[in-house]
Design a protein around this ligand. Structure first.
Ligand code: GRF
Length: 213
């Protein structure tokens, strides 16, 4: 059994994972993709790459517990669950089985701009830097322990689309990186703090260039 990916939409992060597996950077297979949305473009990517998938729509179930029970059943035995653009909040039933074994990618420098349209909110707030974060899933929205973040500058002429694109390039790097680390058994969780054994950390990669200093 390898790892599983949960999606709801276009699946560019799923694609980055598919590519990382193909290139041998991630040494495990994607054993299953689950979408809650039957129309997700991510499912086409599964077909094109012969990856098994299941559609489990939330509307089919009366309660969130039942929906999560079905997810847990389908995911039995996987080493890691990756939420890559999965638009549902997961609770106790899922986390009882998967806390510490489920990660999510979010397009902001957490804890800023949790939730939907993070890039648009970063723009209208006027921050100079945003980015993306991969974190463990807990019961909060985008609030679990952080594994890795990439810092991305906002430029004066950015709109939501240009910022989203710039951040996405980094999502496609840090998500496969975290999956690789996790599957190599190098990600250690100490309460809220995550350490990655043997990771090469850069020093101050984001200091801005200043004029006249
Ligand atoms: C990404 O921006 C991800 O960070 C967020 O949802 C978006 C999914 O994009 N959680 P894609 O489906 O992977 O292209």
């Amino acid at each position: 059994m390898g790892f599983a990916v949960l999606v709801s939409g276009r699946g560019t992060n799923l694609q980055a994972l598919i590519d990382a597996v193909k290139e041998g950077k991630i040494k495990e297979e994607i054993s299953l993709v689950i979408s809650d949305n039957p129309k997700a473009y991510a499912l086409r990517r599964c077909e094109e790459n012969q990856i098994p998938y299941e559609v489990i729509p939330r509307e089919k179930f009366k309660t969130r517990e039942e929906f999560e029970g079905e997810l847990v059943k389908a995911l039995k035995g996987v080493k890691l669950v990756v939420l890559a653009g999965f638009m549902r909040i997961l609770g106790k039933t899922f986390l009882k089985e998967f806390y510490g074994k489920a990660i999510n990618i979010h397009p902001s420098l957490l804890p800023s701009f949790k939730g939907l349209r993070a890039q648009r909110r970063a723009l209208s707030y006027g921050v100079k830097y945003s980015g993306c974060s991969v974190h463990f899933v807990d019961e909060s929205v985008d609030g679990g322990p952080i594994i890795i973040q990439a810092v991305v500058p906002l430029l004066p002429n950015d709109d939501e689309e240009t910022l989203e694109k710039r951040i996405l390039q980094y999502e496609h790097r840090i998500l496969p990186q975290s999956v690789k680390w996790f599957l190599e058994g190098r990600v250690k969780l100490f309460g809220r703090k995550v350490l990655v054994e043997g990771a090469k950390y850069g020093t101050y990669p984001t200091n801005p260039k200043l004029e006249d200093f």
